[in-house]
Write a protein that binds this ligand. Structure first.
Ligand code: NAI
Ligand code: A1CAB
Length: 271
């Protein structure tokens, strides 16, 4: 199975909101013909309508891939419309949080090849990271195709077991929101120290963006990079003593935040 197969058989995208649009933009940029994509979405955006893909029209009978990108709460309504494509060669790839493979099998048929994926929104600029896991009906070549599709929006990692996806959701799926909140609060702290709002925001964005980029390319690990900033008895050390406080510091706070996300992911799975 390859990209040509995808272009020939077609790709159905169920739900084209923030995640669906980010993925579709990546595929079109990578050269997937718009005519091979069929989108189902009751509220197609202006951007989507300008792409040239088929929107809410008749679907191919056995597309190569159905990419499911509706909210978990809409799944019960949206998925049964595609049940006729189950138990065949069509591979279903779902990016929905907290929706287990078993739930897809129950609606689409036990023999249906299903890949569960957890992406994140930096996908919109090709800098996402997506974790994937397939059920036993997904062939190696089908998993490779799903991997290739998701590689259009960033890095792809393969999981060993489906239950790892709850932790992945808490770290990288929801993670961009934690980092955006860090930018917001760093800028607010700068403002509280007397900086103009726009200057504080520029400093915060460039610091988080630059530190993230450095952490990705540097040979040193993040611990060493942190040490490199921290002069003995200097300003960083003073700040880190607050952030690294055992009870109220970053480690405990972030662990609690990730734990809350993971718990919610498990709750969503229970319906
Ligand atoms: N936003 C994020 O950071 C991430 C989201 N996800 C998952 O991606 C999925 C989509 O999330 P977003 O794109 O953020 O949501 P969204 O609300 O932006 O998009 C959902 C889309 O589904 C459409 N829709 C609603 N009912 C439908 C139906 N019956 N048939 C077809 N389309 C329907 C809506 O019109 C909307 O365009 C969710 O399951 C979420 O868990 C996963 C990782 C990250
Ligand atoms: O908040 C959510 O439920 C989704 C899943 C990961 C990021 N957004």
């Amino acid at each position: 199975m390859d990209m040509q197969h995808l272009a020939d058989k077609g790709l159905v995208l169920l739900g084209c909101g923030k995640m669906g649009s980010a993925m579709l933009a990546g595929w079109l940029k990578d050269g997937l013909p718009a005519t091979s994509v069929h989108v189902l979405d009751p509220y197609p955006s202006d951007w989507l309508q300008g792409t040239g893909v088929h929107i809410n029209t008749d679907l191919p009978a056995d597309p190569a891939i159905v990419l499911v990108a509706v909210k978990p709460q809409m799944m019960g309504e949206a998925l049964p419309t595609l049940a006729a494509m189950g138990n065949g060669n069509t591979v279903f790839v779902s990016v929905a949080a907290g929706t287990p493979i078993a739930q897809f099998e129950a609606v689409l048929g036990e023999q249906t090849p299903i890949v569960r994926a957890m992406p994140n929104t930096p996908a919109a600029i090709g800098r996402g990271i997506t974790a994937i896991i397939g059920n036993p009906h997904v062939s190696a070549s089908a998993l490779d195709l799903a991997d290739q599709l998701l590689a259009a929006i960033g890095q792809v990692v393969r999981l060993e077991t489906e239950d790892q996806i709850d932790a992945v959701t808490g770290v990288s799926g929801s993670g961009p929101a934690y980092v955006f909140h860090l930018i917001e609060t760093l800028a607010q702290a700068g403002q509280a120290q007397g900086l103009p709002a726009d200057l504080a925001m520029q400093l915060a964005k460039a610091t988080v963006g630059g530190a993230g980029a450095l952490a990705e390319v540097a040979e040193e690990d993040p611990t060493q990079l942190r040490i490199n900033v921290t002069s003995p008895n200097g300003t960083t050390q003073a700040a880190l003593e607050v952030l690294m406080d055992e009870g109220n510091g970053f480690p405990n706070l972030l662990a609690r935040a990730v734990d809350a996300a993971v718990k919610r992911s498990k709750e969503l799975a229970r319906g």
